[in-house]
Write a protein that binds this ligand. Structure first.
Ligand SMILES: Cc1cc2nc3c(=O)[nH]c(=O)nc-3n(C[C@H](O)[C@H](O)[C@H](O)COP(=O)(O)OP(=O)(O)OC[C@H]3O[C@@H](n4cnc5c(N)ncnc54)[C@H](O)[C@@H]3O)c2cc1C
Length: 263
């Protein structure tokens, strides 16, 4: 079974701060980690490999420091890591990200199962997994909270719905996006972590030329969306004292609720 896991490096905080002047994320002073959902994706891949054999390849698109996320994943037990890194990839929206990851999956070749985290804690869109499946033209199952069975030919999973779960059987190749309820990620092995930082570590770096893509297809140029403005919502408390008889204040109060579309 050849499994690919997508691994995003994210800032270690759910409290994303935005520079009010530039509109960019403030990354200074914030430690980077493997996106939490991706840890569950890695764990799922390792458990399937332990049962069925094969290999687990982690792919990550990001800046040079994203190699730390791949090294950590090697410490957890993946077989190989690929860092997709090129100045042309910068400024990618979710489509350009999915396209670039898709080209990498095609270059790896013969993948049976692709496992993505459900959502990244910084970008938060949950679009990359589904878009990647669309690009590769393979079936996708999202919100996976349990993997009941995995064989070389099919996967049987439970995925969360608003009212409970659905049990889905799907032929391979396929892509799943996984939730944190799926499993308990293991800790990295110290000796594997050290090996992951050595020169001979099984990590490759692929750029746009390696993927056979043009600058116009990736990064900012290849993005279908354009962020016009980003801002932190401002919270402001305002008080108003309603005066008059009880009847009048209740009427005024109801009017305010109506005007603000609160009722
Ligand atoms: C116009 C625009 C410009 C942007 N410019 C930048 C920029 O300059 N720099 C920047 O850092 N971000 C930028 N972003 C944000 C960037 O597009 C998203 O962070 C990225 O596409 C992933 O989306 P997400 O974080 O919502 O991931 P989600 O869709 O929530 O992630 C789901 C899963 O997909 C996988 N995944 C997502 N991203 C990656 C990745 N890079 N590598 C491997 N696996 C991945 C992971 O398994 C993850 O758990 C920009 C976004 C837009 C719309």
């Amino acid at each position: 079974m050849q499994i690919v896991v997508t691994i995003k490096q994210v800032p270690d905080t759910a409290e994303i701060r935005i520079d009010p002047k530039t509109g960019n994320l403030i990354r200074e002073g914030v430690e980077s980690i493997i996106n939490p959902d991706d840890r569950h994706a890695i764990e799922a891949a390792l458990q399937i490999r332990e049962k069925l054999g094969g290999s687990v390849t982690g792919i990550c698109m990001g800046p040079p420091q994203a190699i730390d996320a791949i090294s950590e994943a090697l410490g957890l037990g993946i077989d190989k890591g690929i860092l997709l890194m090129d100045n042309y990839f910068a400024g990618a929206d979710t489509w350009a990200t999915s396209f670039t990851l898709g080209r990498a999956v095609e270059k790896i070749g013969d993948c049976d199962l692709i496992i993505c985290g459900h959502q990244a804690i910084d970008g938060d869109t949950a679009q990359v997994g589904p878009q990647l499946a669309e690009y590769l033209n393979i079936p996708q199952i999202t919100y996976v909270k349990d993997i009941e069975e995995a064989t070389d030919k099919k996967i049987v999973v439970k995925c969360m719905t608003d009212k409970g779960y659905e049990r889905i059987e799907c032929p391979l190749p396929a892509l799943i996006t996984v939730m944190r309820q799926l499993n308990e990620p293991r800790f990295p092995r110290f000796d594997w972590l050290i090996n992951a930082c050595r020169e001979k570590a099984p990590i490759e770096t692929w750029n746009a030329a390696d993927l056979g893509v043009k600058a116009s297809q990736v990064g900012l140029q290849g993005s279908l969306t354009n962020v016009i403005n980003t801002f932190s919502p401002k919270f402001e408390r305002r008080g108003e004292i309603l005066e008059g008889t009880a009847e009048k204040t209740v009427k005024d109060f109801m009017k305010i609720l109506e005007e603000n579309k609160l009722i």
